[in-house]
Design a protein around this ligand. Structure first.
Ligand code: FMN
Length: 222
C-alpha cells in the first residue's frame, strides 16, 4: 500500500516550504474570519510533547493594544541596537537600524502565541527537556506559517519584546509566557529570499554544513 501523495501534490508541499518567508511588509487588506479560523486550525493540528497542546493564541483586535504592542517592540528594537553596538560594532548597529524587523501596525491580524500556564504538570517527554513545550508551540507556529503561505498570506514572527511587559499588558497569568508576536496579512509579493539575505545582513549556510555522521564534527574540519 502506498500512503503517499500524488506527484503534483507533493511538489506543492515542497514549494510551500521553500517559498515560505518571514514577512515584514503588508497590505492593509483584512483577513476573512473563516480563513483566520482555518489557519488557526492548521496550527492546532501540530504535534506536541505528550499531546500537551501548550499553545494559546491571543487575537489582538483592539487598535490601542496593537499600538501598545508596537511601542514595546520598538523599545526592544532600540535596546537590541544598543547591544549590537556594544557587542559587535557601531557600523553593524547602524545596519540593524536600517532593517525593517516587524509589521505590527501594517498587517491585517496580530496574534500573540503564548505558552500555557501549569506546564510543570506535564512530565511525559519533558523530564530532562522541559523546553519541549516551547518546541511544541513552535511546531504550531510553523503550521500556521505554512498554511498562511499556501493561502497567499504572509506571516512575520516577531520576538523583539520583553515577555514580562507583554504578559502584563495582556493579563497573561503567572506561569504562562508570550513567545511570539505573529503578524499576518496579504502582501504585495513574497521576498524571493530571506529578507535578511536580500538586505545583506546575513548569509544562509548550506545543509551540508549542518549534517554530520555518527559523531559531532566541527564545520571547519568537514
Ligand atoms: C523564533 C524566531 C524568531 C524570530 N524573530 C524575529 C524578529 O523579532 N524580527 C524579525 O524581523 N524576524 C524574526 N524572525 C524571522 C527570521 O529573521 C527569519 O525567519 C530568517 O531570517 C529566515 O528568513 P525566512 O523565514 O524568510 O526564511 C524570527 C524567526 C524565528 C524562527
Amino acid at each position: 500500500m502506498n500512503d503517499g501523495y500524488l506527484e503534483h501534490e507533493k511538489e506543492v508541499v515542497y514549494r510551500v516550504i521553500a517559498e515560505r518567508r518571514d514577512m515584514r511588509h503588508f497590505l492593509p487588506t483584512s483577513i476573512a474570519p473563516e480563513l483566520l479560523t482555518k489557519l488557526l486550525q492548521a496550527a492546532h493540528h501540530a504535534p506536541s510533547v505528550g499531546l500537551m497542546q501548550p499553545w494559546r493564541f491571543i487575537r489582538i483586535s483592539d487598535i490601542h493594544l496593537r499600538k501598545a504592542i508596537h511601542a514595546q517592540v520598538n523599545e526592544e528594537r532600540m535596546k537590541t541596537a544598543q547591544a549590537i553596538g556594544e557587542f559587535e560594532t557601531t557600523a553593524r548597529m547602524a545596519e540593524f537600524m536600517r532593517l525593517k524587523v516587524e509589521g505590527v501596525l501594517d498587517c491585517g491580524e496580530v496574534l500573540i502565541a503564548t505558552l500555557c500556564d501549569h506546564r510543570e504538570k506535564h512530565i511525559f517527554g519533558r523530564r530532562t527537556l522541559p523546553e519541549m513545550d516551547m518546541a511544541s508551540v513552535s511546531c504550531a507556529i510553523q503550521n500556521l506559517w505554512l498554511a498562511a503561505r499556501a493561502e497567499g498570506i504572509g506571516m512575520g514572527w516577531v520576538s523583539m519584546f520583553d515577555p514580562v511587559k507583554l504578559a502584563k499588558l495582556l493579563n497573561i497569568p503567572d506561569g504562562a509566557k508570550p513567545i511570539a508576536i505573529l503578524c499576518l496579512g496579504y502582501v504585495n509579493s513574497f521576498y524571493k529570499e530571506p529578507m535578511l539575505v536580500e538586505e545583506g545582513w546575513a548569509k544562509e549556510k548550506p545543509l551540508s554544513e549542518m549534517l554530520m555522521e555518527n559523531h559531532w564534527q566541527d564545520v571547519d574540519s568537514k
